[in-house]
Write a protein that binds this ligand. Structure first.
Ligand code: ZN
Length: 151
């Protein structure tokens, strides 16, 4: 298993790459990731954050939503060590780590990603993590992954 160097990926090749939705709802997120920036949807009416993106604010029902760049600093809200491959490409990639990361500077919205590094590492709830932008040049895609701060 590899980590976050420029041309390696946490999970093996062969998985379907995420694509921006055809309606444009999440285009800003993927474009920002390609620039190695993390953005979260924010409401211009009530300043509330939300993720994943929606056409309407979950807090006040305004349609006046925008995107705000955030620090990429987070903390582990939950995690899972995956032992069973859910796709043929993952046959020899287990175990791997999936984390649910909370973003304190974005209203504690949560994002799912992989936790880079040793898949058998000990993981503490509340541990500080930071976003890592994993480029997939052949698939024109950049994934947001996570690593422990100081790791
Ligand atoms: Zn709102």
């Amino acid at each position: 298993m590899t980590t976050d160097t420029e041309h390696s990926t946490y999970l093996p090749a062969g998985l379907p790459a995420p694509r921006p939705l055809v309606d444009g709802l999440d285009t800003a997120f993927w474009e920002a990731a390609a620039r190695h920036e993390l953005v979260v949807q924010r409401c211009n009416a009530c300043n509330g954050f939300q993720f994943g993106p929606e056409w309407i604010c979950h807090h006040c029902r305004s349609f006046d939503l925008d995107w705000q760049r955030v620090s990429g600093k987070g903390r582990i809200y939950s995690w899972e060590r995956v032992w069973h491959p859910v796709h043929p490409a993952l046959k020899n990639a287990c175990p791997y780590m999936v984390v649910l990361v909370e973003l304190p500077d974005a209203g504690n919205v949560r994002m799912v990603g992989n936790l880079l590094g040793d898949p058998l590492q000990q993981v503490d709830i509340g541990a500080d993590v930071e976003a890592v932008f994993e480029d997939h040049p052949g698939e024109e895609c950049t994934l947001v992954q996570w690593r422990l701060v100081g790791a």
